[in-house]
Write a protein that binds this ligand. Structure first.
Ligand SMILES: Nc1ncnc2c1ncn2[C@@H]1O[C@H](COP(=O)(O)OP(=O)(O)O)[C@@H](O)[C@H]1O
Ligand SMILES: [Mg+2]
Length: 432
């Protein structure tokens, strides 16, 4: 950065610049209260000149902060000090998708897996009334576990749109990922994000975007008029997916992120497995490849399990700022057999009732890590899915909170399955 001095914001110790855009600078900082690293996004003071800036910044920040999803960046805090309006977010250290595409070593399998996760994250944002509006590889970070994390939601973006349109080619760069309706300056909904996702998938599969041009106006026109170029032969089976994502008219696209993710999941299944997997998939809850770091938290290292080594642990993590304080509980136990599981499940249920009574709605997320023999997994999942009745402390919580489950094999080895059991009370539609 051009010798400019770092801003000073009470409560944060700013370390260095992580990234800089037209509207904001993102810093690595230490949040003094928790002593944790955060990504601190500080909006450019010149935006203050815009009418209602502060009000709109807060209202959007609050909406984004309310999104609690494993593939959406967690907002810890939002605030203002002197001319600085800022957002403190979870700090992710593994770079962004733009870098990965540039390196060019991304398999089609990986590309689709990332895209399905992004599609579900988008569906979740859209269901909550938030359109990203600037989906592009630079806005997809990676957690240290390799999960894609969607960031840079449209905070105050529409404030900027006028400037963007009048300064084409300067601050915005190119409308490389922009849907035709956005390029025309029309009102957009979530389907514009699905178009941008299509551009990203195209780029991940082929190394180049579907449309390019020397200037932004020509590029925008191509998005509006040119047919989707055919994929190379090797990627031919993804053509129908891309044709639908990149349809010019939003009504011919997939209508929701979940539809996109389902279509991708189908493509990811080897043809033989598709038929075989069908009955299992019908009862399986939505699964995610990975969850953010704090969800994957404390799993006991490789102690051999057995009755003597059985364990039960629970801990709370607080996050969020003054708008959105949240308390997440992690419960971690081992179960040698189904009886042991039932004992611990009861213990957890009792604690849960107490925890909810004490913390109310702020206590909204439960991360369950269970170390169990694979042969009781199905019974565990069935039990967790069955006890959602009202009046049952676990069931009551399930009706308003978010519950994720991560299963481990004895010894702590991942079984590679994480489940979203409830998402803010909504039961993820059983896949299939
Ligand atoms: N939570 C984060 N963790 C780590 N780096 C981040 C984080 N958020 C942003 N960055 C870095 O800062 C850059 C710009 O952040 P972004 O929120 O996209 O702002 P802009 O509106 O300027 O594009 C990102 O591309 C990334 O390199
Ligand atoms: Mg960005």
């Amino acid at each position: 950065m051009n010798g400019e001095k770092l801003p000073s914001i009470p409560g944060y110790d700013i370390v260095r610049v992580l990234g800089q855009g037209g509207m904001a600078t993102v810093y690595l900082a230490v949040q003094e209260s928790f002593g944790r690293p955060v990504a601190l996004k500080v909006m450019s003071p010149h935006l203050l000149a815009q009418r209602d800036f502060a009000q709109r910044f807060y209202s959007e920040a609050r909406m984004v902060a309310s999104l609690s999803h494993p593939n959406i960046v967690t907002v810890y805090d939002v605030g203002a000090y002197e001319q600085y309006h800022y957002l403190a977010m979870e700090y992710h250290t593994a770079g962004h998708l733009g870098e990965l595409i540039e390196k060019g070593d991304i398999s089609s399998q990986e590309a689709l897996k990332i895209s399905a996760q992004l599609a579900r994250a988008l569906a979740f944002a859209h269901e909550n009334g938030i359109v990203h509006r600037d989906l592009k590889p630079d806005n997809v970070l990676f957690s240290k576990h390799g999960s894609p994390i969607l960031t840079d939601f449209g905070i105050a973006r529409d404030l900027h749109i006028d400037t963007q349109m009048t300064q084409i080619g300067s601050t915005v760069g190119t409308p490389k990922y922009m849907s035709p309706e956005q390029a025309r300056g029309e009102k957009v909904d979530g389907r514009a994000d699905l178009y941008s996702l299509g551009v990203m998938i195209y780029e991940m599969l082929t190394g180049a975007p579907p449309f390019s041009a020397g200037d932004t106006v020509t590029l925008a026109i191509k998005h509006c008029q040119d047919p989707v170029p055919p994929l190379p032969m090797t990627a031919g089976r993804f053509q129908p997916l891309l044709d639908r994502l990149l349809a010019k008219d939003p009504k011919f696209r997939y209508q929701t992120g979940n539809e996109v993710a389902d279509a991708i999941d189908q493509l990811l299944k080897p043809p033989a497995a598709q038929a075989a997997a069908a009955p299992a998939a019908a009862s399986a809850p939505l699964s995610f490849d990975s969850l953010p770091a704090k969800a994957a938290a404390p799993v006991s290292p490789s102690v051999p399990t057995g009755p003597a080594n059985s364990f039960y642990k629970s801990s709370d993590v607080e996050s969020g700022g003054f708008f959105s304080k949240k308390i997440e509980r992690s419960v971690n136990f081992s179960a040698d057999d189904f009886e042991e599981f039932s004992t611990y499940f009861q213990k957890m249920t009792d604690e849960l009732a107490e925890w909810r009574q004490k913390n109310g709605k702020k206590a909204n997320t439960l991360h369950l890590s269970i170390e169990a023999h694979p042969w009781i997994n199905k019974r565990i999942i069935d039990k967790l899915n069955a006890d959602f009745g009202p009046g049952h402390p676990y069931g009551d919580f399930a009706n308003s909170g978010t519950i994720t489950l991560h299963l481990y094999e004895p010894g702590g080895a991942e079984q590679g399955k994480r489940y979203m059991l409830r998402d803010k009370g909504t039961r993820p539609t059983a896949a299939g």
